[in-house]
Ligand binder design. Structure first.
Ligand SMILES: Cc1cc2nc3c(=O)[nH]c(=O)nc-3n(C[C@H](O)[C@H](O)[C@H](O)COP(=O)(O)O)c2cc1C
Length: 189
């Protein structure tokens, strides 16, 4: 099983990355082939709305650091998207990737019963927020999950934790790390 992880936080060793890394380490120990991209380290543009991917091109025509990420995701069996909540949404780094995923949709995606160019994939979404109220920002996962399902991420799960701010790695509750391990076992075990 190939697992591709995208870290959406600029804080590469902090909360969301800690959870995602626990997931990938557990999956790797079970034999999964894992690859992690630190989006903040990459240079790329958001979708330019050129519609080349709907007019004869099967892939995004932009050539930048996200080109390799998009093709790694295409070949993956499972994808982990990890992000802190920034202003009630995922980070700009992750949103930039998600917008470029438009290239995975076929030209007739609005009417085609199989709208995606991707083979079916599993999705693990990791979200971390500073605010302790779980009702706040609870819309983020269902909103993106709908779009991701459309693009072929048919089976998804959320690992979410609230009320952890810019503290140390130790701030991630042990129970959440256990959830990440359990999710990895369910996927790669
Ligand atoms: C620019 C910015 C915007 C943020 N916006 C929110 C927010 O809207 N809601 C919230 O609960 N926390 C917000 N936070 C707090 C982060 O989500 C929180 O500190 C998170 O644990 C950081 O995750 P990380 O360690 O993976 O970067 C924000 C932090 C920053 C830097």
């Amino acid at each position: 099983m190939k697992i591709v992880t995208l870290l959406g936080s600029p804080r590469l060793k902090k909360n969301s990355a800690t959870i995602a890394n626990r997931f990938t380490e557990t999956a790797a120990a079970l034999g999964a082939e894992t690859r992690t991209f630190e989006l903040n380290q990459l240079a790329y543009r958001g979708c330019q709305g050129c519609y080349a991917c709907k007019k004869g091109h099967e892939q995004c025509v932009l050539q930048d650091d996200l080109t390799e990420v998009l093709s790694a995701v295409q070949e993956a069996d499972a994808v982990v998207l990890a992000s802190p909540v920034y202003y009630g949404d995922v980070t700009a780094q992750l949103k930039g990737f998600i917008d470029r995923c438009y290239s995975y949709l076929k030209p007739d995606y609005l009417t085609n019963p199989q709208p995606s160019r991707l083979s079916p994939k599993k999705l693990v979404f990791v979200l971390v927020q500073g605010h302790p109220d779980e009702a706040l920002f609870a819309d983020i996962f269902p909103r993106y999950d709908g779009f991701m399902k459309w693009m072929g991420f048919t089976d998804s799960r959320l690992i979410r934790t609230c009320g952890i701010g810019p503290a140390s790695v130790d701030a991630v509750p042990e129970e959440v790390l256990r959830q990440a391990e359990e999710a990895a076992r369910a996927l790669a075990g």
